[in-house]
Design a protein around this ligand. Structure first.
Ligand code: SIN
Length: 191
């Protein structure tokens, strides 16, 4: 699959026939919507965990020096906290462009923090996409993040904004918080 997933998402047209739908955000979509939504509610999805395993050539890095951003990987029983937005399908142009560096639209069952479930949409970058980087020690991920930046800004800001937003939601995520701690160490000149 090519870097650019705009065409694949447009062709598959998942959820394009709905009047309204829920979008689950777990990365930058938690702390920066950047679009108008009808309603926003904290939510979780089960069976997935957040990982900084996706390369970013277009937002927080460049093709020559990719940054690292969040994607979801399957993990039976795991619960991933995020933010759900009730949106209209006319936002797909904006969202597909924003998530074009490897992310595809998938169906997700999300549970709102105050109870009910909804079937909705989530953008996930899978290992089949060419920007995929995969696993690495937290210290190596933090080093890469510390030294990357792209058109949307410094990669460190993506990580720190996400960690702060998760804390504000009382959501624990050791993967994110471990990388954040490593980044702080690097920035204090300790490694
Ligand atoms: C998301 O936030 O749901 C997708 C990944 C990102 O845009 O950071």
């Amino acid at each position: 699959m090519s870097f650019n997933t705009i065409e694949a998402n447009r062709r598959a047209a998942h959820f394009a026939d709905r009047d309204q739908l829920w979008l689950f955000g777990y990365g930058s979509l938690i702390y920066k919507a950047g679009f108008d939504y009808i309603e926003r509610r904290p939510a979780t999805i089960t069976g997935w965990q957040r990982r900084f395993w996706q390369g970013s050539h277009d937002h927080r890095g460049t093709p020559d020096a990719p940054g690292r951003v969040a994607t979801l990987v399957e993990a039976p029983g795991a619960v991933c906290a995020g933010m759900a937005y009730l949106i209209t399908p006319d936002l797909f142009g904006y969202l597909d462009h924003r998530e074009k560096n490897g992310y595809l639209r998938f169906a997700a069952d999300m549970t709102f923090d105050d109870g009910p479930h909804a079937q909705g949409l989530v953008y996930i970058a899978t290992p089949q996409n060419e920007a995929w980087l995969g696993d690495a020690p937290a210290s190596a991920i933090a080093h890469q993040i510390a030294h990357s930046q792209g058109p949307s800004g410094a990669n460190r800001d993506y990580l720190l904004n996400l960690a702060e937003a998760l804390r504000a939601m009382d959501a624990a995520d050791t993967h994110v918080f471990d990388i954040e701690a490593e980044l702080r160490r690097i920035e204090r000149g300790m490694s």
